[in-house]
Design a protein around this ligand. Structure first.
Ligand code: SF4
Length: 490
């Protein structure tokens, strides 16, 4: 019996389809970047003859793909590892692998605290995963936490979680130093892929029937800063990349995440406005509305400049939906600072926001700041911010009730309904039976802060390569939680 041949031999990897070696299970924590890394980990394992398991008890390899960005990441990791220990005791052939940002950050500490971990593989070392697993069976625990990316993960095979939507990595790492963020430490400096390489992947996805791609980078606006255009000394720009991906036949929706407001430029807004497939949604991380706190965070824009971008984007792309990230209770945040955040949130009228209570991330500069805000104060501010944002989200959603918009069906939703997304990235529930990947036009019937209810109006023109013109600018945008997981910062 051979492994499932349907894994995508993305990029230029040579994929070995051997006999079945065993079964694997991956548990993913964290952002879209980690979701996509897990697709690559699955692709690498399947190229080595592993098949997916339904539960840890039937797996020969269990991978915990960790995140160091979120609160209590290490507690969650060691909790999961604790659950695996009895399995490992019963089945010594089981390989326990810790991958991802926490593996990169904690390195040898993981195997010291959990000696039943067979492999620790950092964010730059995924290409060697199969060898590490085999070596661990012969020689005992292995670790590879090299510091730099030598092979872009996109050159590895992938087992995509969806058959119509694909994450496409355009860069890894980040050159910024936001004081709350662990990413530069665990993902390293920014490394961009060439436009040609990215386009080849998107074209290959289109040939496989994918209709939507999300371009992924920690700070997509600085895409290409570390490259030169072949034959010139010029750097490729993110706007050029957007235009190039927009031109790929068969890709009807292009999204990206996340831009950093500091590096945002007019040419990106113009490209968004002019490219038919680029969706009318932007995730635009604000983090705080207080200039003083932005300075402490080492975010180099200020509130009025941020609001200026918000206005400009909405003027050029009417109907665009805007989502954001906001941290409450950053060290030193006073009531006045927080009220500034409320003021800017009210002024920006985001469609939705990822709101976070600040908590220390060991290894980040802010973890050492002395004036940490007491937990009850953070909690109280957080609740006020959530209440404000929920009201705004509901108002924005109510404004589109009665309108007809295009929805891409994602699969089964609540109570046997379908769920899908508008071009503005709003979650829509509707009754019916349709395959994931189908485009339909729906009529919005009811609004809630985080989703919309709709009824099927008509199938969309599945053959067209761009959105139906009536859906190009769907309406004043409504709220919905962003597509998957949590944001990729920016
Ligand atoms: Fe980079 Fe975003 Fe982290 Fe800032 S928050 S360091 S821009 S990844």
């Amino acid at each position: 019996m051979s492994a499932d041949p349907e894994i995508e031999a993305a990029g230029h990897a040579s994929v070995r389809f051997g006999d079945v070696t065993g079964r694997y299970l991956i548990q993913t924590f964290g952002c879209q970047m980690n979701e996509h890394d897990s697709e690559r980990i699955a692709g690498v394992l399947e190229s080595g003859g592993y098949l997916r398991a339904n539960e840890a008890g039937e797996a020969e390899v269990v991978v915990l793909n960790t995140c160091a960005v979120r609160e209590n990441a290490d507690n969650r990791l060691y909790g999961s590892l604790g659950h695996l220990k009895p399995l490992k005791d019963r089945n010594p052939r089981l390989r326990v692998v810790v991958a991802g940002c926490l593996a990169q950050k904690d390195q040898g500490l993981i195997q010291r605290k959990a000696p039943w971990v067979d492999v620790v593989v950092g964010t730059h070392a995924l290409p060697g995963l199969l060898d590490l697993i085999r070596q661990s069976a012969r020689e005992g625990p292995q670790m590879d936490v090299r510091e730099f990316t030598e092979v872009f993960p996109s050159a590895l095979p992938a087992r995509r979680a969806s058959r119509h939507h694909a994450w496409v990595s355009v860069s890894v790492g980040c050159d910024n130093r936001c004081t709350f963020c662990i990413v530069p430490l665990v993902r390293g400096p920014q490394l961009s892929r060439s436009i040609g390489d990215i386009l080849a992947e998107v074209q290959s996805l289109a040939r496989l029937g994918f209709v939507e791609v999300t371009l992924l980078g920690q700070n997509v606006n600085t895409y290409g800063r570390d490259l030169t255009v072949p034959g010139s000394s010029r750097r490729p720009l993110f706007a050029e990349l957007l235009r190039a991906v927009d031109g790929v036949d068969g890709i009807r929706r292009v999204r990206f995440t996340s831009p950093h407001p500091h590096d945002f430029t007019d040419d990106v807004i113009d490209a968004m406005a002019e490219c038919e497939a680029v969706c009318e949604h932007i995730h635009f991380p604000m983090q705080s509305g207080s200039d003083r706190i932005l300075r402490l965070m080492k975010r180099s824009y200020r509130a009025e400049r941020y609001l200026g971008w918000v206005d400009r984007i909405r003027r050029v792309i009417p109907g665009i939906a805007m989502t954001t990230d906001i941290i409450v209770g950053f060290p030193g945040e006073t009531e006045d600072d927080f009220e500034e955040t409320l003021r800017v949130t009210e002024a920006a009228r985001f469609d939705a926001a990822f709101t976070f209570q600040y908590s220390t991330r060991p290894g980040t500069p802010a973890a050492g700041y002395e004036d940490q805000v007491p937990k009850p104060v953070v909690q109280e501010r957080f609740e006020r911010l959530v209440e404000l944002q929920e009201r705004i989200s509901l108002e924005k959603n109510q404004a589109i009730v009665g309108q007809r918009v295009e929805v891409l069906i994602e699969g089964e939703g609540r109570k046997g309904n379908l769920k899908g997304r508008t071009r503005t990235n709003k979650l829509v529930h509707l009754p019916g039976h349709l395959d994931p990947g189908a485009f339909v036009v729906v009529e919005i019937m009811a609004a809630h802060p985080h989703y919309l209810e709709a009824r099927l109006f008509a199938p969309s023109n599945a053959a067209s390569t761009g959105p139906a013109s009536s859906d190009r600018v769907p309406v004043p945008a409504a709220s919905g939680a962003p597509a998957v997981g949590v944001s990729v910062l920016g």
